[in-house]
Design a binder for this molecule. Structure first.
Ligand code: HEC
Ligand code: HEC
Ligand code: HEC
Length: 102
């Protein structure tokens, strides 16, 4: 391998490493505010539920989600709760399953 090739291999290794995330990153619980009542979102628990496939929610690198609003949450969060079973578990679908009564 010449110097240029090994440089390229090193660069791509760094890029792909940066895109990988692991359970326990970010906040353990995220309190997402909403008029209907705050949603106490168990973030780490979900990282384990999706087997570290952060892209279920983070389309780009894990971090802030600029699309995060009611439409996104009801599509991505509630959508999975309606459609997907993980093991024998399903997430809450009714309003106050996510929103704490204000
Ligand atoms: C079920 C959805 C979901 C999954 C899966 C998920 N996250 Fe998040 N994550 C969120 C939400 C929602 C936020 C808040 C985004 C915001 O405030 O803009 C967030 C925020 C973050 C933040 C920003 C810091 C913070 O906590 O406020 C980091 C870092 C992060 N996530 C890392 C990860 C990593 C690493 C994984 C995979 C191992 C992952 N997340 C999996 C939903 C998820
Ligand atoms: C890939 C599927 C999936 C996505 C995406 C997802 N969830 Fe869940 N969620 C689950 C499953 C499965 C459970 C049930 C876990 C259990 O019973 O232990 C759950 C449980 C919950 C619970 C109940 C609390 C608890 O500890 O069990 C809340 C609240 C919740 N999810 C909120 C959210 C929010 C908010 C988002 C979006 C930011 C989200 N979920 C995205 C699958 C998902
Ligand atoms: C799977 C969890 C989940 C369920 C179930 C759910 N929501 Fe939400 N909802 C959220 C999250 C998370 C947000 C906040 C997104 C954000 O941070 O902007 C939200 C935001 C909202 C808002 C936004 C208001 C504002 O402050 O802009 C309203 C209203 C709302 N939800 C009503 C409802 C109603 C009505 C139901 C029942 C039919 C429901 N939600 C069920 C997770 C859920």
């Amino acid at each position: 391998m010449n110097i240029v090739q090994s440089g390229l291999v090193l660069c791509s290794a760094i890029v792909s490493f940066a895109a990988v995330g692991f359970a326990g990153e970010g906040s353990e619980i995220l309190n997402l505010p909403a008029d209907k009542g705050v949603v106490a979102f168990p973030h780490w628990k979900h990282q384990v539920l999706v087997s570290d496939d952060c892209s279920k929610c983070h389309i780009q690198d894990p971090g802030k989600i600029k699309e995060l609003d009611m439409d996104w949450a009801h599509k991505v969060c509630r959508g999975c709760h309606i459609n997907e079973k993980i093991g024998d578990k399903k997430g809450p679908v009714v309003c106050f399953g996510c929103h704490k009564r204000p």
